[in-house]
Design a protein around this ligand. Structure first.
Ligand code: BV8
Length: 246
């Protein structure tokens, strides 16, 4: 099968000892999970995700925010990993030291078979207590929205990182050290706008890694990196795996 990849990328991926990958919502787009910045569909069209994904929004209207996440949770549950997710799981088996870092909260990377996924922004399928931040796996049936914490009767919330909240220190630490020690870094399906995730490819660049972006469009990262593969990750990634390890 012909492939559109520059020989330097084929060579780098074939010989790389340490590869780090950062994914964003674009990687799940072909699974039918709306990206973060594309217009919300239907019921949620009038809301800006960036306004809803905040502690302030939750305090102001916990029912609205809980229902937004319930809608996104059922979308993620109905979605299937796409060829891009599967290709990254395959890459993880082929590269000696592979770190998959994701901003996504949809859980599709582990469902595609990727292991030790570094989830920077949490997991939409997990719930925690808004008051003490501790996980809550089960709670009594209730008509209350949001449901209440069985321990302290506080409001329950999704276990994701909202704007203005710190990232899980372990996940962030693992991601930064992977970016600083890799030979090859991929930034895939992310608008490269959200910090501190968007700084990871720059960390890799400053540490001497070859940095590749896979995106439908250019992003603020594009001018700084070695190679932009313009197109859908679900199309490009399987072809790349085929070209390197056919
Ligand atoms: C922090 C979880 C400090 C929740 C998310 C100024 C004002 C206010 C805040 C800030 C500011 N400057 C910096 C900040 C901090 C802020 C920030 O970065 N704001 C930006 C927007 C300016 N960051 C934070 O608040 C972070 N925390 O800094 O805390 C701190 C430290 C210690 C203690 C206390 C506090 C927290 C950020 C995390 C927020 N949570 N998600 C949820 O999901 O509901 S971020 C959210 O954006 C999602 O996780 C999403 O993944 C992420 C990034 O978006 P993308 O993944 O890139 O998705 P997007 O839709 O934007 O782009 C999709 C891309 O894919 C596009 O480029 C498109 O072209 C491409 N694409 C589409 N289809 C395809 C494709 N590519 C390939 N193939 C396709 N098929």
């Amino acid at each position: 099968m012909s492939h559109p990849f520059p020989p330097v990328l084929i060579e780098k991926l074939k010989t790389a000892q340490r590869v780090a990958v950062l994914t964003g919502a674009g990687v799940s787009a072909e699974s039918g999970v709306p990206t973060f910045r594309e217009a919300q569909t239907g019921l949620w069209a009038q809301y800006d995700p960036q306004e809803l994904a905040t502690p302030r929004a939750f305090r102001q209207n916990p029912k609205l925010v809980w229902e937004w996440y319930a809608w996104r949770r059922q979308l993620a549950a109905k979605a299937e990993p796409n060829p891009g997710h599967l290709a990254l799981a395959e890459m993880g088996k082929r590269v000696p030291h592979f770190t998959l870092i994701t901003q996504n909260v949809d859980g599709l990377h582990p469902r595609a078979g990727s292991r030790h996924v570094v989830a920077l922004h949490g997991d939409i399928t997990r719930t925690k207590c808004f008051a003490d931040g501790r996980p809550v796996a089960v709670w009594p049936e209730t008509d209350q929205i949001p449901p209440r914490c069985p321990r302290c009767d506080g409001l329950l919330r999704p276990d994701v990182v909202w704007f203005g909240e710190g990232l899980p220190p372990d996940a962030l630490g693992t991601a930064v050290s992977a970016a600083r020690s890799c030979d090859l870094f991929f930034s895939i399906g992310t608008s490269a706008l959200v910090q501190p995730a968007a700084s990871l490819p720059i960390e890799a660049l400053n540490s001497g890694a070859f940095v590749v972006e896979i995106n439908l469009n250019e992003t603020p990262l594009t001018p700084h990196i070695h190679l932009l593969l313009k197109g859908a990750s679900g199309v490009i990634l399987p072809k790349l795996i085929q070209a390197v390890w056919a």
